[in-house]
Design a protein around this ligand. Structure first.
Ligand code: ZN
Length: 195
């Protein structure tokens, strides 16, 4: 069956906005089964879970596998707002995901064509069909806005401007103080250059 990739990307974007609201790098993922039904949805939670593997894709894959009682998600589609990193592509390959749909490219971490192409590596025993650039502008804008706001807050902090630290803002400041930007330091650089 043909999947309405735009409808699914809207759901993934909705997840990404939840991540931003929690002070996490705004990446969202949805998994659809072979019949086009939603199996799982998740957003990036590396900061709140203190877990470097808690990318949206990994959390969605775990949930989908638990739902169907099988780590192999044969015939399913992973829809994610930003091109997956090598870890997430490895997990998608292990899950036998049939198709990947993503929005914004990530030239610093992307493993579905940008930096590596793990989706179509003949040395691996599984291939993933890739559809890229779906709602690309919206997905990229979300990342740019997030990092722009973060840099602004960091600049105020460096200049000694009083910054009221509450709720999700506090979560955003913690990695900055540690010299990191959320789960994926180079994403910041990537999207900074696009500003
Ligand atoms: Zn990842």
């Amino acid at each position: 069956m043909s999947l309405d990739v735009y409808a699914f990307m809207c759901k993934a974007l909705s997840e990404a906005r939840k991540a931003a609201a929690h002070g996490e790098v705004p990446v969202g993922a949805v998994i659809a089964d072979a019949e086009g039904r939603v199996m799982a949805r998740a957003f990036n939670r590396t900061v709140s879970l203190h877990d470097p593997t808690a990318h949206a894709e990994i959390l969605a894959l775990r949930e989908a596998a638990a739902q169907c009682g099988n780590y192999r998600l044969t015939g399913s589609t992973l829809v994610v707002t930003v091109e997956p990193c090598p870890m997430c592509m490895g997990a998608a390959l292990n899950a036998r995901i049939a198709r990947l749909v993503f929005g914004a490219f990530d030239p610093k971490w992307g493993a579905a064509g940008s930096l590596y192409n793990l989706a179509q590596d003949a040395r691996l025993n599984h291939r993933i069909e890739v559809t890229s650039g779906v709602c690309e502008e919206a997905c990229r804008r979300l990342m740019q806005d997030f990092f722009q706001a973060r840099r602004k807050t960091a600049g105020q902090k460096r200049r000694g401007t009083e910054v009221v630290v509450t709720g999700s803002t506090r979560n955003r400041l913690v990695p900055l103080e540690a010299g990191h930007v959320g789960s994926n330091p180079t994403l910041s650089a990537t999207f900074k250059h696009k500003n």
